[in-house]
Ligand binder design. Structure first.
Ligand code: 5AD
Ligand code: SF4
Length: 472
């Protein structure tokens, strides 16, 4: 049993990052013969992409996927630790899995992802969820075949969670969810240690993949007909800072643009590392999408300092202005936390002021959630919960107003849309995204799925738009 240790997870050394290659274990390739797995994913794009790796690893062991938990021989929850409600959802789901396990004891139930990296979670599992079979961490995905084998053979809870800085494993198999859009990790981990955030503890130190591996992956995707790649990292602007060679995000963006892939997107940016050179490259290449996610978190200098964000309101506004000037048609979105310890009404108004200034295309807004082991969790929280809720509601109202306003600019315009598949709106309606990440519903023939089409926007709402194909 290898349980997580937050103190260890916090350590950062200058040790060289190892690059290992994934090896398929031929001896375990039939372990899942005739068996089905059910995998549920919570959280960010990083987790979505990890799940694509987990699916491929399981399928190389002959498991097949089911979307019905009742039908599964293996139930895995790939979890998120960012806020308490993510925890609650997972424990709620484990309750359902337990019921199934009572009826069908052979079923293997496990969790992986960020919650598996937390001491509080694993202690709870050891004490109250002994009936579970496996827990493995974000640094242990490549070892899943062996963890599974041990759990099946020993019939007891198998825990393997490294609390290390982490290495890089190349060539992990992947079963991509889309045939047109692909996630590509360009880096792992984070060294920013914003005081509220658990990610540097659950994902290890910042480690950039070498450009050769990233470019090879993009080139293969181009050959396979993919139209869009999203370059993923907790703080992609810091890409390359840990590499020996002098090669940063602006260089990578340029090289990826030159592969000829139709669309390139990158998330998430930290305002601290956004360079002028990056802005120039985004401007220069038509295939780099004019879409920037630029988390603000708070508009108050006092709160930004308590959060350890390393920029002021003024600096953030300056960067935003610079981006809008260089890329006038870009869409800029953000993340905001309300109710951080010590946030006064005045502080909150500073946040509203930034929103009024930046008029975001959209924003993800959250109430501060203390994460055990982070500095902010130890701060005295003097903001009553009702006040936090009230601030969130006021913030959302303002954010939604600007989302609608931003969308209104698209009315009657013709924009390129990557048509991905059927809309939830009903039969014969397809959906896709503009290069500014606006959701568009289009009534057109299914033959257009997997293509980029010019679409005229007819109707605009807060969250989506309706459009028709523009005839040539
Ligand atoms: N409480 C609330 N929101 C958080 N986020 C990260 N940690 C916390 C926390 N402890 C938000 C930030 C981040 C987004 C992914 O989640 O806004 O940008
Ligand atoms: Fe968390 Fe800050 Fe790193 Fe983002 S930059 S993952 S908020 S510590």
């Amino acid at each position: 049993m290898l349980v997580p240790n937050l103190k260890q997870a916090k350590i950062r050394t200058k040790n060289k990052i190892e690059i290992d290659k994934y090896k398929v274990d031929e001896t375990l390739k039939n372990l899942g013969q005739g068996k089905k797995y059910f995998l549920k994913t919570y959280g960010c794009q990083m987790n979505e992409h990890d799940s694509e790796n987990i699916k491929a690893i399981l399928e190389k062991m002959s498991y097949t996927e089911t979307i019905d938990m009742e039908d599964a021989d293996l139930i895995l929850l790939n979890t998120c630790a960012i806020r308490e409600n993510a925890h609650n959802k997972v424990f709620g789901y484990l309750g359902r899995a337990k019921n199934l396990k009572m009826r069908k004891p052979s079923v293997i139930v496990g969790i992986c992802g960020c919650m598996a990296q937390e001491e509080v979670v694993v202690n709870k599992i050891i004490n109250e969820y002994k009936w579970m079979d496996i827990v493995f961490g974000t640094h242990n995905i490549h070892n899943l075949p062996h963890i599974l084998k041990k759990a099946i053979d020993n019939k007891k809870l198998e825990i393997e969670v490294f609390s290390c800085e982490g290495n890089i494993i190349e060539d992990i198999p992947v079963k991509r969810d889309s045939k047109y859009k692909a996630w590509i990790n360009i880096m792992y981990g984070c060294d920013k240690f914003c005081t509220y955030c658990i990610v540097p503890y659950t994902r290890g130190k910042q480690r950039s993949r070498k450009k050769e591996y990233i470019l090879k992956e993009v080139e293969e995707l181009v050959r396979d007909g993919y139209l869009e790649v999203t370059l993923l990292g907790q703080n992609v602007n810091a890409y390359g800072k840990d590499l020996e060679e002098d090669y940063g995000m602006e260089n990578l963006l340029e090289d990826v643009a030159k592969t000829g892939i139709k669309r390139i997107r990158f998330v998430t940016s930290h305002p601290w590392d956004f360079t002028d050179k990056m802005i120039e490259v985004i401007k220069k290449y038509d295939n780099i999408m004019p879409y920037i996610h630029l988390p603000l978190q708070s508009g108050s200098d006092k709160i930004l300092k308590l959060m350890g964000r390393r920029y002021t309101k003024e600096e953030y506004l300056e960067l935003h202005k610079k981006l809008k000037k260089a890329l006038p048609n870009s869409s800029i979105t953000t993340d905001i936390i309300v109710g951080f310890p010590n946030e006064t009404e005045e502080d909150f108004k500073e946040t509203l002021d930034v929103v009024n200034n930046c008029k975001y295309d959209s924003a993800f807004t959250f109430i501060f959630s203390p994460r055990v082991g982070t500095p902010a969790a130890k701060m005295k929280d003097d903001v009553p919960f009702e006040v936090k809720q009230e601030r969130l509601a006021r913030l959302n109202e303002l954010v939604n107003k600007y989302s609608k306003e931003a969308n209104l600019k698209y009315k009657d315009k013709v924009v390129p849309v990557l048509i991905e598949g059927y809309s939830e709106k009903g039969d014969n309606i397809l959906m896709g995204y503009t290069d500014t990440m606006k959701l568009v519903n289009i009534k057109c023939d299914k033959k257009y799925i997997g293509t980029i089409q010019n679409v005229r926007i007819k109707e605009v709402k807060t969250w989506s738009m309706d459009g028709v194909l523009e005839e040539d």
